[in-house]
Design a protein around this ligand. Structure first.
Ligand code: FEO
Length: 396
């Protein structure tokens, strides 16, 4: 992606691939990199839609200038102030001193805080439009997608929705930018991973935004990360609707933590019981070793979840504790939950999982199993029964 790419009438992609950052937000691995999509619209006036992460400014500015073809940049629309999108705002203002920045009331303090910019800021209200000559841009606030000031920009002329984090995905572009140029399984997996790590906590606000934007005649959805949607925007909208309603598939995730393999034997007995109960989609994760974003993705897609952990220093084993904390943060709903724990010289794991269950208030499936030291045959039969009951409840 070494050149600016035309993506609609008078509209250019000027984004960059980032294959250097190893952890997004210093948290989430980027095995396929990540793209920061930025755009520029050439009307009678010129308007950039978002920028890129600061250290990527070189590649971005080259493409932006290439697309501008010697013209000055008149506007920068700041859909979202997080530095992966507004990172180059101050540099643009230095390059084009006449530049006006566009944001809403909640953008302004962040613009001052990050970039010391207070002058030449055009504050827009929800639904307000700006005519740049040949293109009329409409701005819609979408709070918490993914910060309070987040908004999207709709070009009423080309019918392109610049959606910023919404509909975004991990993964740098590998040749093509668009949905019809990529393998669906590949972009969907990275889109879900982005959703569950960055957006899932705000699923209720996603539903609000989908309803708010549902009346627009949107032909293309161009997010600020990953795949651009021009052929099958319905697929992207359907996925966002399903994930934000927490509609799940008939599958079971069994996530365990085990130090010496005893709790893992319990987990395998649960999986066996679920299989004997007729369930085909069963995902067994070692919480200490599975990549957390993939584990969360599996949990977000599937109806059943069994958590089982050993006790560590009188508490739940840290890897499972970390998973529980991330789940509480994302407020899961519409799922079935099973619990099991093990202990030796002190109990603790099952009690911690029960406290987690109280917090998330998911429907519980029994039996709850608590095992001393190493599971007996009777213990393993109880685990298998939990698996069977899960399968029955998931398929009900
Ligand atoms: Fe991609 Fe919330 O920034």
């Amino acid at each position: 992606m070494y050149k600016a790419v035309p993506v609609s009438q008078d509209t250019w992609w000027a984004g960059v691939n980032d294959r250097d950052t190893d952890l997004f937000e210093s948290l989430w691995p980027l095995p396929q990199g990540v793209a920061y999509n930025a755009y520029v619209i050439l009307g009678e006036k010129t308007a950039a839609i978002d920028t890129v992460k600061g250290f990527q400014s070189g590649g971005y500015l080259d493409k932006l200038k290439e697309a501008l073809g010697g013209r000055a940049l008149d506007y920068l629309v700041v859909n979202h102030m997080e530095p992966d999108h507004a990172g180059v705002a101050a540099q643009l203002k230095q390059l084009w001193p006449g530049l006006r920045l566009i944001g809403n009331a909640k953008t302004l303090p962040l613009l001052k805080g990050y970039h010391r910019i207070e002058e030449d800021v055009l504050q827009v209200k929800d639904g307000e439009t700006l005519d740049i000559g040949g293109h009329v841009l409409a701005f819609y606030t979408v709070p918490m997608l993914h910060w309070p000031e987040s908004m999207v920009t709709f070009d009423t002329t080309t019918k392109v929705l610049f959606s910023n984090d919404a509909f975004g995905s991990y993964g740098a572009h590998e040749g093509g930018l668009f949905d019809d140029e990529k393998n669906r399984a590949r972009w969907e997996g990275e889109m879900l991973r982005y959703y569950v790590t960055i957006v899932a906590r705000y699923s209720g606000m996603v539903q609000t935004a989908l309803k708010k934007l549902g009346g627009l005649d949107i032909r293309c959805i161009y997010p600020a990360h990953g795949t651009l949607f021009r052929k099958n925007i319905g697929q992207a909208v359907e996925l966002y609707d399903r994930w934000s309603r927490q509609e799940t598939e008939r599958g079971l995730v069994v996530a365990y933590a085990s130090m010496y393999g005893n709790t893992r034997r319990m987990a395998e007995a649960i999986c066996k019981g679920a299989s004997e109960g007729g369930l085909k989609d069963i995902y067994l994760h070692d919480a200490a070793r599975s990549e957390m974003s993939l584990l969360l993705s599996d949990i977000w897609r599937n109806r059943g979840l069994v958590l089982l952990g050993c006790t560590y220093n009188t508490l739940l084993f840290p890897a499972l504790e970390s998973l529980c904390s991330k789940l509480v943060n994302r407020m899961p709903k519409n799922r079935l939950l099973g619990l099991a724990g093990s202990y030796s010289w002190s109990k603790g794991a099952l009690a911690a999982l029960q406290a987690f269950a109280e917090t998330v208030k998911l429907e519980k499936i029994g039996p709850e199993v608590e095992v001393f030291a190493s599971p007996t045959d009777a213990d393993l039969e109880q685990c298998a029964l939990l698996g069977k009951n899960m399968a029955r409840a998931i398929n009900a």
